[in-house]
Design a protein around this ligand. Sequence first.
Ligand code: NAD
Length: 362
Amino acid sequence: MTARHGKLRQAGTRSASLKSRRVLVTGGAGFIGSNLVRHLLVRRPSWEVVNLDSLTYAGNLDNLADLDRHPRYRFVRGDIADPAAVRRAMAGCRWVLHLAAESHVDRSIEGSLPFLHTNVSGTGVLLEEASRVGVERFVHVSTDEVYGSLGPRGRFTERTPLSPNSPYAASKAASDLLVRSFHVTHGVPAIVTRCCNNYGPFQFPEKFIPLMILRALAGEPLPIYGDGKYVRDWIHVEDHCAALLRVLERGSPGEVYNIGSDATWRNLEVARRILDLAGRPRTQLHHVVDRPGHDRRYAIDARKLRRDLGWKPVWGFERGLRETVRWYRANESWWRRILTGTYLVRRRRAESVAVRRSARIA
Ligand code: NAD
């Protein structure tokens, strides 16, 4: 680290430590982000949470409707690739949990540019500002997809070489490397986490598990790519959130931590379980043309996180899947607003209230 950066960091750390325990979550209106915002507010009753989100198709303020008047929560609408928006949102924040991303592999195959904008440039802008103000922790939330695909055996460890196959995975791998470079060059106290596939409440209906659940409930065909023997490693979103909090508080800057809960399942098997849970016949399974560049198998080795930081998952996959099916059954109005597109209209109203509130708090 240079002397100039050392001084900046000291100044930044001093000013940040004078503030209350304020954490910036980027992408807090998405699936994992909204679960994480709630998790932080419940588990850390003295913390303030600022949520910076640009509200793409995947950002949904309905996910956080119960927090509308929460005194320790503030929503800021803004693009992480916009330095002015980032500067506003990061002001006074000690810690950053960076989740904002374009996250859907299929969409990255249709067009990669939004992925480069948000996942690469956006991460760069956040790192520049984090370096300038001297945040005390920057947790970059990444994915096991950066490691590419596995053969029939073995698991990804933190030392597995990066070998991304989709434009989504490549953009996340690029952002991981940017984070590393800001740690090495500018001394940003950054940590990278790489998690396996998440499932649970508030997941956008185009992702695999909610798509299967909604198709099953509607009595419609469940589309299975190729032979359905693609293997994914699943984690309940609450376990992921608990792991992120553990990494934020106890992780070592410069380290990478894999996050996973040892639940590898073939897609076909997951779809069958969902049909069983929904009380629907297996004849609803419908094989469709495969996704190009489809990774065959993911399996993540998260022993470092368990050993060094003492984290362990509490959800088993079977219970988690059962509860998730139950959640989608019980929250039809939430997903119906997405399927009909009305969440895009309703959120404008909620957003103007949030902006007025945030102006009062700031
Ligand atoms: P998501 O698509 O549900 O949510 C992404 C959020 O980011 C949305 O609220 C969206 O509005 C916001 N966003 C997008 N572009 C933005 C921009 N330019 N500026 C500000 N906000 C922007 O995603 P998710 O599934 O909740 O994933 C969150 C993070 O976790 C991502 O970084 C993803 O790569 C990572 N991850 C996800 C999984 C998974 O299974 N879902 C697994 C491992 C890692």
